[in-house]
Design a protein around this ligand. Structure first.
Ligand SMILES: C=C(O[C@@H]1C=C(C(=O)O)C=C[C@H]1O)C(=O)O
Length: 473
């Protein structure tokens, strides 16, 4: 059910809101059990990160995603309704939850802004079971509040449960209060000179020797034709003198890595998974899909000429191109297996980030209404950019050799709406923050011809993204 047109521009006071909610309540079907109202309101320009800083709380799920280059940011906090799932059917279960939310929500002003409609925020762990993990194998939530910024337009979305029994006076006061706070918020980014990120007192590189042994083992398995490619990861642990400050870290990440997606997910129990990922797993908008094949890496050069040399070597290296093509072919095959028609693939290009460069091929396809973005996600995760080929054997090797629990590292996180629009990234260049402790993750693809010393240097370089951010004062 959609109530139109919306009077949200007239929300000049709390009574306006209460009258509006009363009208919505009157239109609810008589025997209704669960129902939500989703209100969209335009706001003056403000920084979603600042709103996130002021409103998100450790005991509620939260989500932040920003791509500075695309001038898009979303902050979401509080939970109207949430779902957790485990096991092989986890993507399907989350899809059912997303459908349930859509079927039971009245959208007010659904066409205001882009993307349209109700957005549900999701995260998945690398493996489909999360026995000792701080985050479930799959989780999704409909936020209480959401702030989106795109192409200079700022929108607030308030989702709330509405039934015949709802206390409209209390609900309207809560909405009014938050709207007033958002309307009076300065548009400058969070800056806490006195509260910069704490200096880690201890950085534990864990058993880095083990990573190199794993690479040797992987090379043997590749030589024996058990594997074609496997992505091996390593983690380092930081211990700070005081808790890490989430939004200060995010402010630094978006500043340092404007071509990446800065992100944070809070599990509602005080732990956060944050990062600046260059890898878009899936983005769909109005029936058009893009998935990134991103694999093959080199450092950036210190001078323009060494940088160009490194870039040329990366683009022409048979080993790096093979590592990349394995990912490209996998994504193409998986999309085609769902009946999607792919557009011609452009030549391999470079994605140059502040500290590292990658081989990159954006893959485009038409997305029919009959295929849900979460079905595509189920088919794509894990790609050989983060697992390997053959997938099952690579995942088995990862479980056996790696001494860490990947949790959300290298897994999809993002949002989906009811119109088939979605944005999911791969949680790499990331860290799990638990108060004054942080675990930082990085991995590298191992194929025939990989050099263990170079792979070690590559993960050290990748770890710098979060290490420099969390370690700076
Ligand atoms: C696995 C990671 O990165 C992935 C592996 C890459 C590679 O091996 O060249 C490049 C980009 C990512 O797809 C990571 O950053 O942890």
């Amino acid at each position: 059910m959609v109530v139109q047109p919306s009077p949200t521009q007239c929300f000049k006071n709390c009574q306006d809101i209460e009258r509006f909610l009363f009208n919505c309540q009157q239109k609810l079907p008589p025997a209704l059990r669960s129902h939500w109202l989703s209100l969209r309101v335009t706001l003056p320009d403000l920084d979603p990160l600042l709103a996130f800083d002021q409103h998100q709380q450790g005991d509620q799920p939260s989500f932040y995603l920003e791509n500075p280059r695309q001038q898009r940011a979303i902050a979401a906090w509080g939970s109207c309704c949430q779902m957790r799932a485990e096991g092989k059917q986890r993507f399907q279960k989350i899809q059912d939850f997303v459908n349930h939310c859509h079927e039971n929500t009245t959208l007010i002003n659904p066409r205001l802004g882009s993307p349209q409609g109700l957005q549900i925020f999701c995260s998945f762990s690398f493996f489909d079971q999360s026995s000792h993990s701080l985050f479930p194998a799959a989780s999704a939530f409909l936020p209480q509040w959401q702030l989106s910024q795109e192409a200079g337009q700022t929108l607030a979305t308030c989702n709330l449960p509405l039934t015949h029994q709802s206390d409209l006076s209390r609900l309207s006061q809560e909405i009014w209060q938050t709207l007033q706070q958002l309307r009076s918020q300065p548009s400058t980014p969070p800056h806490r000179s006195g509260q910069a990120l704490p200096q880690p007192v201890h950085c534990d590189w864990r058993d880095i020797q083990q990573f190199q042994e794993n690479v040797q083992q992987a090379l043997k398995a590749i030589a024996a034709n058990h594997l074609q490619k496997v992505v091996l990861s390593h983690a380092i642990d930081l211990q700070a003198a005081s808790p890490f400050h989430l939004t200060t870290a995010l402010a630094q990440l978006r500043h340092r890595y404007p071509d990446c997606y800065s992100f944070a997910i809070g599990n509602g129990q005080g732990q956060y998974f944050i990062g600046a990922s260059p890898e878009r797993l899936l983005s769909s908008h109005q029936g058009q899909l893009i998935a990134d094949a991103l694999a093959g890496s080199a450092p950036r050069g210190e001078t323009p000429s060494t940088d160009a040399q490194l870039a040329n070597h990366l683009l022409s290296s048979p080993k790096e191109r093979h590592e990349h093509r394995v990912v490209l072919h996998f994504i193409q095959q998986q999309l085609q297996s769902l009946g999607l028609t792919l557009q011609p693939v452009p030549p391999i290009r470079l994605l140059q980030l502040s500290n590292i460069q990658h081989l990159w091929t954006p893959i485009r396809a038409n997305l029919p209404n009959s295929v849900h973005p979460l079905q595509i996600l189920a088919q794509l995760h894990p790609t050989p950019a983060v697992a390997g080929v053959p997938c099952e054997e690579a995942c088995h090797a990862i479980r056996e050799w790696e001494t860490l629990d990947r949790q959300l590292y290298a897994a999809p996180l993002g949002w989906v709406n009811g119109q088939g629009d979605s944005e999911f990234i791969v949680g790499i260049r990331s860290a799990l923050i638990n108060g004054d402790r942080a675990r930082l993750y990085a991995g590298a693809g191992i194929v025939a011809g990989s050099d263990p010393a170079k792979e070690l240097a590559e993960i050290q370089l990748k770890l710098q993204a979060l290490l420099n951010t969390l370690n700076s004062n």
